[in-house]
Design a protein around this ligand. Structure first.
Ligand SMILES: Cc1ncc(COP(=O)(O)O)c(C=O)c1O
Length: 412
């Protein structure tokens, strides 16, 4: 039977406040991931050749055949104890000293962002974020229609002094519900916050009684030891009670493995777990068990896998910086990330990032326009986010040439 296509407007009367306007604003750019002949600088994908297929296959098989009867029934909302122990132990290596009672296993850290919103936000509350910031987080909180107090980012990360001034000007009654930040190899800019700013942020948080949400999907991919020893905000004195930390296996293992974790005091973990129960009851326990096997697999060294990732992304970062230098010279400025997957490029003033993203797409390279990373739609107009993580150095060189042709087409 043929179904007539109904206009979306038909649903308007049934939708919650803000849902339609959010759908109208949504960015739909499937090619940003790099499909076919398009070179993909758009998505936050790990290097696809690094997925440990054989080790995953062994781990899954063991989870089913050895543990299937234990892990296939409904399981604990907080996640399998063995995986929470592994997470706590690995975080200890980065100075975050917690136990499994501080860990909630999530179906992606995006779920963690959503759950934080569920337990903290009332309709129309304010969230302080960096500008630019990770646009996925905005989707996670859309339902509560928050306002955004945006704080600029420079080459040393969030400009904490601007936050300080805003907090004083707004006073306690208009205090943001939380500060969301990506202090290490930020998405989208690639920059990192200095230790001094991290400490200053915690002082401010103490003074104004702020909750901080630290999102850290890229923190393990540093390119030199100086950044390797940069402490996460969560590990610093004063963070214990007021920082919810989010980490993920999406970048160290694979994003299709939807496993991540929130780290917080046990009372906060209980509140997040309670909210999670109403979303998916618990994250896939078969998968959790498989990841436990994978990390303990004697034939596969997970830590060496992460170290290899650092070398791959460093080589790609270098290729992108060299290509930008060779092709763009003084026409544009870009960040020099010390880790992670992304860099940010500012085109000459007046050259629209939206127009260049479209022109670059026509030239065969996918990039994301900077404007989508600004929660209040008030910046990034001549910016682009480029991801170097899932393109070989050869493709990176070719992709930057294509991008240059896209810029020339727009700038004339
Ligand atoms: C800053 C940031 N937070 C969260 C996520 C979502 O990660 P996950 O796959 O764990 O949901 C991403 C993914 O790109 C990200 O860049």
């Amino acid at each position: 039977m043929a179904h007539a296509t109904r206009p979306v407007r038909r649903y308007a009367a049934w939708l919650a406040d803000g849902v339609q306007s959010a759908a109208d604003r949504a960015v739909s750019n499937p090619a940003s991931l790099g499909i076919g002949d398009i070179i993909g600088f758009g998505g936050g994908q790990p290097a696809s050749e690094s997925y440990p297929l054989e080790a995953l296959s062994r781990a899954y098989s063991r989870a089913i055949l050895e543990d299937g009867r234990a892990v296939l029934p409904y399981g604990p909302t907080n996640g399998l104890l063995a995986l929470r122990e592994i997470v706590a132990e690995r975080l200890g290596q980065r100075g975050i000293n917690v136990g499994p009672e501080n860990v909630l296993i999530l179906t992606g850290s995006l779920q963690g962002l959503h759950l934080v919103g569920r337990i903290t936000l009332d309709h129309g509350d304010t969230i302080a974020t960096e500008a630019p910031t990770f646009m996925g987080a905005l989707a996670a909180w859309e339902h509560q229609q928050p306002e955004y107090l945006t704080i600029p980012v420079d080459e040393h990360g969030m400009v904490v002094q601007v936050l300080e001034e805003a907090l004083h000007a707004r006073g306690p009654a208009r205090r943001p519900k939380f500060v969301y930040l990506l202090p290490t190899f930020q998405n989208p800019s690639g920059v990192s916050m200095t230790l001094h700013r991290r400490q200053k942020l915690l002082e401010l948080a103490e003074e104004h009684d702020l909750l901080i949400v630290e999102d850290d999907p890229y923190g393990e991919f540093w390119f030199d030891e100086t950044m390797g020893s940069m402490p996460p905000v969560k590990s610093l004195p004063g963070a214990e009670e007021r920082v919810i930390y989010l980490g993920t296996f999406s970048k160290t293992l694979a994003p299709g493995v939807r496993l991540a974790y929130a780290v917080a005091p046990p009372e906060t973990i209980n509140l997040l777990a309670r909210a999670k129960r109403g979303v998916d009851f618990h994250s896939d326990t078969l998968l959790q068990q498989a990841v436990v096997h994978l990390i303990r697999d004697k034939e596969f060294d997970f830590e060496a896998h992460v170290v290899e990732g650092r070398a791959i992304y460093k080589a790609r970062r270098d290729a992108m910086l060299d290509s930008l230098e060779a092709v763009f010279s003084s026409e544009a400025k870009w960040t020099r990330p010390e880790g992670g997957f992304f860099l940010w490029i500012d085109l000459p003033h007046g050259v629209s990032g939206d127009a260049v993203a479209a022109a670059a797409q026509a030239e065969g390279v996918a990039v994301l326009q900077g404007s989508i990373f600004y929660p209040n739609h008030d910046g990034g107009f001549n910016g682009l986010r480029l991801s170097y993580s899932n393109a070989t150095p050869e493709h990176i060189r070719e992709g930057i040439e294509r991008l240059h042709r896209g810029v020339a087409a727009v700038a004339g």
